[in-house]
Design a binder for this molecule. Structure first.
Ligand code: CTP
Length: 411
């Protein structure tokens, strides 16, 4: 570990809670500070006195403890840490997390946090394998929650065995430090670099309640941001309206219109790499109505006068001191993919264009996979179909190598 981290440990009510005492000792030995929240059920297994003695902090339990609300407040408690660990996470606690409950301090903090959350489940194997728990775990994973374990083995109940044991303390510490490191310590290829990614659709207002949009899900852009983060970059993700969980460790700027996206990109410069994965609306309504447009009997449907939006990629790729070293665009096409993409490479002055077929039969828009061609001055490289996460990782690795080559050539 490079530096001491602030860890918030949520102790759930299970027999394995005693292992948290050892966990706290080991984490503190490694220089981290630990603050603990115990659920009511956890009090049946370990005492706040022993937890408090080991953390050297007051142990918190109750959402309605007014002193705490004044001193810390559950929102600050949720934010003032580098990672939240839930151990042991019982079936009930997982269900309440998956349902977005906030009826005690532990769940309220988990609902309010924007930091990484690592869950170490522990329960009877039948409960772990039950369809309801399967559903809850799948939902939590989809929401970006990280899991470690459970391990398989003998349970505290006689004659019971299977998956459900809390992982051992060293394994738990390794998982915590892996989540905290996010690849930065692994010599991250993009360590010290700033990467801007635009993502998602833009919404161009017609009136206060209607807008023009497109079918972009934002998945490819979010994966690019995650891949850059995992390679150690500082990442600014400028996203149009999408319903994806916020990746942790990424600065996310939410915008609605193309004009706002352009402004956000400019405000985020300078950057080493800029990737324009957003499906920006080419046109906006010339003069959006300030009040809802009403239909009047006998009157013709309103005609929408459109004007062109500024091409964000083109404007940022213009030569000049603010131009990122590497500018990467996407080309979403439904026909003549390569020909159109090659034209875009030139006209927009991008270093690369990642071209993909987005015709409805390709399943790319909203789907999990993508088939892309990387077009640059060096020619066309066609990649086989792979997950959007894999595409993102390959693009970022290639970008890191290119950046390195450019810097070396300039020296
Ligand atoms: N782009 C942008 N700003 C715009 C329009 C497009 O930054 N106003 C970027 C996209 O993020 C993408 C690239 O330009 O990286 C190409 O987008 P695409 O929609 O494929 O092409 P267009 O330039 O819109 O051209 P056309 O609609 O004719 O295909």
């Amino acid at each position: 570990m490079a530096s001491a981290k602030r860890i918030l440990l949520i102790i759930g009510g299970g027999i394995a809670a005693y292992k948290c005492l050892e966990l706290i000792r080991r984490l503190r030995e490694r220089g981290h500070s630990v603050r603990a929240i115990m659920t009511k059920a956890a009090h049946q297994f370990v005492t706040p006195l022993s937890v408090g003695a080991l953390t050297n902090e007051r142990v918190l339990t109750d959402l309605f403890d007014l002193d705490d609300e004044r001193e810390i407040g559950h929102i600050r408690l949720a934010r003032d840490n580098d990672i939240i660990i839930v151990a042991p996470a019982t079936a009930d606690l997982l269900a309440r997390m998956a349902g977005g409950h906030a009826d005690d301090l532990a769940t309220a903090v988990l609902l309010a946090t924007k930091n990484p959350v690592l869950v170490a489940p522990a329960m009877n194997p039948a409960m772990w394998l039950n369809a309801a728990t399967r559903r809850n775990v799948a939902q939590l994973q989809k929401d970006g929650i990280e899991f470690v374990g459970p391990a398989a083995g003998e349970m505290a109940e006689r004659g019971e065995a299977g998956p459900g044991r809390l992982v051992e303390v060293p394994q738990l510490i390794a998982a915590i430090e892996t989540v905290l490191d996010e690849g930065k310590e692994k010599g991250g290829l993009l360590a010290g670099r700033h990467v801007i990614v635009t993502s998602g659709p833009t919404h161009e207002p017609i009136d206060p309640i209607r807008y023009l949009a497109n079918r972009s899900s934002g998945k490819q852009g979010f994966e690019l941001a995650v891949a850059a983060r995992d390679l150690g970059a500082r990442v600014t993700l400028i996203s149009g309206p999408v319903s994806l969980p916020e990746p942790h460790g990424v600065d996310i700027v939410r915008i609605k219109t193309a004009a706002e996206m352009l402004e956000a990109v400019r405000a985020s410069l300078p950057a080493d790499i800029a990737v324009f994965a957003a499906a920006v609306a080419d046109w906006r309504v010339a003069s959006p109505e300030l009040e809802k447009i009403k239909k009047t009997e006998g009157k013709a449907a309103p005609a929408l006068a459109l004007i062109e939006n500024t091409d964000i990629l083109k404007s940022i790729a213009q030569p000049g001191p603010a131009r990122p070293s590497l500018v990467i665009g996407f080309a979403a096409e439904t026909q003549d993919v390569l020909a159109h993409a090659k034209k875009k490479l030139k006209s927009k002055r991008a270093d690369w264009i990642i071209a993909n077929d987005v015709s409805p039969s390709s399943g790319v828009m909203g789907g999990e996979n993508n088939t892309v061609h990387v077009i640059s001055a060096a020619g066309v490289e066609s990649w086989p179909e792979m997950s959007k996460a894999k595409v993102a990782r390959k693009i970022m690795e290639r970008a890191a190598t290119e950046l390195h080559a450019k810097r070396t050539a300039a020296e």
